[in-house]
Design a protein around this ligand. Structure first.
Ligand SMILES: Cc1cc2nc3c(=O)[nH]c(=O)nc-3n(C[C@H](O)[C@H](O)[C@H](O)COP(=O)(O)OP(=O)(O)OC[C@H]3O[C@@H](n4cnc5c(N)ncnc54)[C@H](O)[C@@H]3O)c2cc1C
Length: 234
């Protein structure tokens, strides 16, 4: 529901809306906002990686993911602040005590394969990848391309993830450079599954590189675009 008439948005809110109250907002890095909500759980309860939609405006929906579930009705969401779109403005309008509505259905996990996974994304995917890496029983290699001003703070908080600084006008380029070099050194030989999230055009290139190097079959790679150059609100 990225763009829908106000009436459709209202109907979705009536069917899927969970009452939520902002408990905390924290800039954990210059470009990253962590939000804590007390929110009525959907059927089956909140899960790390749960997808939520918000009505950023009466006609514009945006999607975010739950990073942590700290109590049955307490969740956090991690968002990258990248511009001035409706989602970014909605996020920055929130403060402790704000009442809002999160749209959520029963949790459906993404299909992941393998026991040593490669998880790649950009800032928009950090919360989701952290949720899946933390929940997984298997070791994961996590690579995140993030705005350069935030990289040091993120490394301090997640020292076991690899953060590469993004070029603002060439999303995915630094991740691709890391991937090409790592494939060249044959350092991914033990990887048997991958999850690629974030910038649509970058994901395509990453998948081609992994399949082309015969590291993984296409069906061992799960992808989900979160945003695309030239598009708003996927
Ligand atoms: C299932 C799903 C889960 C998601 N979970 C999260 C999450 O947990 N945290 C999170 O931060 N994001 C998440 N996203 C991504 C987020 O919904 C998009 O970034 C969304 O486009 C932001 O809306 P906006 O109104 O701020 O920008 P839009 O109005 O949608 O876009 C404005 C411009 O900014 C560009 N743009 C959009 N997103 C980005 C970005 N991340 N970096 C750089 N440029 C961008 C667009 O191409 C467009 O040119 C998720 C997306 C999906 C589909």
């Amino acid at each position: 529901m990225p763009k829908a008439p106000a009436l459709v948005g209202k109907l979705a809110e009536t069917l899927m809306g969970r009452r939520a109250r902002v408990l905390r907002t924290e800039r954990i890095a210059p470009d990253f906002l962590e939000l804590e909500f007390r929110a009525d759980p959907p059927a089956g309860g909140w899960q790390p990686g749960h997808e939520v939609q918000v009505r950023a405006t009466p006609t514009q929906g945006r999607r975010y993911n739950v990073r942590t579930v700290d109590a049955p009705d307490r969740i956090t969401v991690l968002a990258v602040l990248h511009g001035d779109g409706p989602g970014a403005r909605w996020l920055q309008s929130l403060h402790p005590g704000t009442e809002t509505t999160l749209l959520a259905s029963r949790y459906v996990s993404m299909r992941l394969t393998g026991t040593h996974r490669l998880l790649i994304g950009d800032g928009s995917a950090l919360g989701t990848l952290d949720a899946y890496a933390t929940a997984g029983r298997h070791p994961s290699t996590v690579v995140i391309e993030a705005p350069s001003a935030s990289v040091d703070r993120l490394r301090g908080r997640w020292p076991h993830y690899r953060f590469v600084p993004a070029f603002a006008d060439d999303p995915g380029a630094m991740t691709r450079a890391w991937l090409d070099e790592t494939l060249r050194r044959e350092d991914l030989a033990d990887v048997d599954g991958a999850l690629l999230l974030g910038h649509a055009q970058s994901i395509q290139g990453q998948r081609q590189a992994l399949v082309g190097a015969a590291i993984l079959d296409r069906n061992a790679i799960t992808t989900r675009p979160y945003w695309a150059t030239g598009k708003t609100g996927l």
